[in-house]
Design a protein around this ligand. Structure first.
Ligand SMILES: Nc1nc2c(ncn2[C@@H]2O[C@H](COP(=O)(O)OP(=O)(O)O)[C@@H](O)[C@H]2O)c(=O)[nH]1
Ligand SMILES: [Mg+2]
Length: 440
């Protein structure tokens, strides 16, 4: 009997020892991973841009998210509630994700062919399942012309659930990690301050007047999302830089250097390849709202801004010039800055995403034009690009030959009267690329 009591005591002691060992080991192994996830999600939470918990919602498996689907971890985006909150700190806050990519921990990028440090950057695409073949074409071009040597990640965002075909095909085409996020309902829908009847009448009227996408609700949600929310999607919080890619684009030349690194090294925050005039009917009161914002927040207006690009009369009226935002390489920390978030909030409350049809291109362009010093905006002449119906084919024959371009220089839109790029060069007193007169 005494022997079996001792035996029982040994078992109880061993049981408690095991619990103790398990507790120590699980808390220490979690620390490293958690530091990362917390850095990602807490960044904006600390600043008040994000509300609610959710650091654990970000997939840090280090594998393709498609692969981790099998473990039930996809579409992580709607777990966190990145609701509109008060504005953040300035973009330069050391708490924001920075570059280069650290190369350690679960957010490290896989090795790349190109030497040197990579920026903490990702491609980002908003798409529906039905876009799969058009976006595949875009991905293939981006990979062939650039990313095969860099393996940057690719974030796909959708207001619905991505299906298996979309994930399978796009995961196969991307050289970096492919990640799939679902958009929070709060960011893709009518805000409660919108008068539904009024918005409906506008759509009917625009339909009658045959204004492109004038009767579309989803197009308006898309424009509002691209204007104010994509950069605070939980998956995007891990990155400092983004490159927006849309379905059915073309890249006509090799990109033999890292544009993200170029942006970082040269202190750029926003960039473009095509610029043009916006349809007036879609933004009749946008500039009035912008002027109200400027009056209310003079502290957000940069001294050396690009007002001359946006207005021919010192800001009284808008000339409708904008950078075409279906291509963008930019800094996410800038979009997450107090200045940009307050600008978006202000315009959102004005209601023009629904009472008119404000596009994300003029919204981003006006922000960059007024709130960034002009040296922080870059024109990529060497990135040859097409999105229906416009082409940017680099000016200068030698450049086109060196970069193995296959665009016809006659299709280049830059020096066309409907482009604003000429104005950009004049404002910045930049010499036009060699040979531009011949390509006008
Ligand atoms: N998930 C989702 N993506 C959309 C929706 N509408 C447009 N997009 C995406 O938003 C971007 C802009 O839309 P697009 O149709 O190309 O507009 P356009 O370039 O102005 O003609 C593209 O990346 C589309 O795939 C939508 O309702 N849902
Ligand atoms: Mg498009």
């Amino acid at each position: 009997m005494a022997g079996s009591t001792r035996y029982l005591r040994y078992i109880i002691a061993a049981f408690f020892a095991l619990i103790f060992i398990f507790f120590i080991s699980s808390s220490s192994t979690r620390t490293i991973g958690q530091q990362y996830t917390q850095t990602a999600a807490d960044i904006l939470k600390n600043q008040g841009i994000l509300r609610g918990g959710g650091s654990g919602a970000i997939d840090t498996s280090g594998k393709s998210t498609f692969a981790s689907d099998a473990q039930g971890k996809t579409d992580v985006g709607n777990v966190v509630n990145p609701a509109m909150g008060p504005a953040s700190t300035e973009a330069s806050s050391p708490k924001q994700p920075t570059s280069p990519n650290t190369g350690i921990g679960p957010t490290a990028f896989p090795p790349a062919k190109a030497p040197g440090a990579r920026m903490n950057a990702t491609f980002v695409t908003l798409a529906r399942n039905s876009d799969v073949w058009e976006i595949s074409r875009s991905i293939r071009q981006v990979e062939d012309r650039f990313n095969h040597a860099y393996n940057y990640d690719w974030v796909f965002l959708n207001d619905g659930d991505f299906d298996d075909t979309f994930k399978k095909v796009t995961t196969a085409l991307t050289s970096g990690k492919a990640r799939y996020g679902k958009i929070d309902k709060e960011h893709w829908g009518f805000p409660d301050f919108i008068d539904q009847e009024k918005a409906k009448k506008v759509r009917e009227d625009m339909h009658e007047r045959k204004i492109i996408y004038g009767d579309s609700i989803s197009y308006r949600h898309m424009c509002r999302y691209e204007s104010g929310f994509f950069f605070r999607h939980p998956l995007m919080l891990e990155y400092e830089w983004y490159w927006r890619v849309e379905p059915s684009i073309e890249l006509y030349c090799d990109i033999a250097y890292d544009p993200f690194k170029f942006m970082a090294d040269n202190k750029k925050k926003y960039s473009f390849v095509l610029s043009l005039y916006e349809y007036v009917e879609t933004i009749p009161t946008l500039w009035d709202s912008v002027k109200k914002f400027m009056k209310q927040h003079p502290e957000h207006i940069a001294d050396n801004n690009s007002m001359e690009f946006l207005s021919d009369d010192g800001g009284v009226t808008y000339n409708h010039c904008h950078f075409w935002s279906n291509f963008e390489i930019g800094n996410l920390n800038w979009l997450r800055s107090k200045a940009y978030v307050e600008y978006f909030d202000f315009l959102d409350k004005e209601g023009g995403f629904f009472y008119e049809r404000w596009g994300d291109a003029p919204i981003h362009s006006i922000a960059a034009g007024l709130m960034l010093p002009k040296e922080e905006i870059h024109f990529f002449n060497d990135i040859a690009y097409y999105h229906v119906p416009f082409t940017h084919c680099p000016t200068g024959e030698q450049m086109r030959l060196d970069l193995k371009c296959h665009c016809n220089p006659k299709d280049n839109f830059d020096w066309n009267g409907y482009s604003c790029t000429n104005r950009w060069f004049d404002m910045n007193k930049l010499p036009k690329p060699e040979g531009y007169e011949k390509e006008q």
